[in-house]
Design a protein around this ligand. Sequence first.
Ligand code: KG4
Length: 338
Amino acid sequence: MIAILGIESSCDDTSASVIVDGVIRSNIIANQSVHERYGGVVPELASRAHQQNIIPVVHDALTQAGLKKEDITAIAFTRGPGLLGSLLVGTSFTKGFSSALNIPMIDINHLQAHVLAHFIKENESDTNQPKFPFLCLLVSGGNSQIILVKSHSEMEIIGQTIDDAAGEAFDKCAKVMGLGYPGGPIVDRLAKDGDADKFVFSKPNIAGYDYSFSGLKTSFLYLLRDHLKNDPNFIETNKEDLCASLQKTIIDVLMNKLYKATKDLKIKEVAVAGGVSANSGLRSAFEDYSKRYGWKIHIPKFAYTTDNAAMVAISGYYKYLDGDFCEMDAVPYARVKI
Ligand code: KG4
């Protein structure tokens, strides 16, 4: 039995998960409501909340898994990228746990973990994992990337945003409409009642598989500014249509490049990961492309779209099989590529 305890503390969610032989046993997440009133994550407060949450969260993850800490084979933790103070809490906890139990510790790249979330088995007979090579669209608040996944450990970014990430485009446009934070889920909800063809925003014209969302943000801002001159209630009376049109534009941009990559590389196995993969419009677009172009698609469960330790534990499982461990003097890194 290989039992991996995963620890995730890269931003504002404290999470612990136990995965046994690739099958999920628990995935406990403590959210931090303390940031709501600030309209964004406050790093200092996040570190403190991780300190408060980490022990109870690990305790719950072990209990739900039906295991004692002595049953754990190795501990995997998010080493980066993320907020340094937050990462330090998970890293230090891992060092203590690893040395107390004399078990290996495994460092995990948070972005790779989002991709590897697709390998979490819900039960012994779950065989729905992607086959290599596949393409993964990783879309979050900080990243928009097309990744060529060659194996559990070999990933190549073939396209990425040159400015804002897709999640940022959702959040910033929502902010100028006064919709609250994070804006992505709110835009998603309002878009359901809106006309996606009502407003047209500029789309980037960038070579290759790279993305850009800063022009869209400016175009959105100018449209609001122009209409607000004549109609101070413009946002309130049009918010559903604005959200639907914005969402459609972001999805079109994301899907066009992804489609180009699948065609050029002749790959039909396609996955989506990261916070924005919770978006209902993006999920429908994947299903639509699957029907139209014969893609075999992999859409994560909602629990695996946001930051969670199950994706860290499954990544740790594969690194454990490779004997790829990290040293006790490991330090977290705020920035790192795949
Ligand atoms: O991966 P993630 O949880 O963490 C960071 O990158 O920090 O992604 C968060 C991003 C935010 O920008 C949020 O607005 C976006 O994911 N998001 C969504 C939806 N749910 C979360 N964007 C669009 N539609 C959603 N349903």
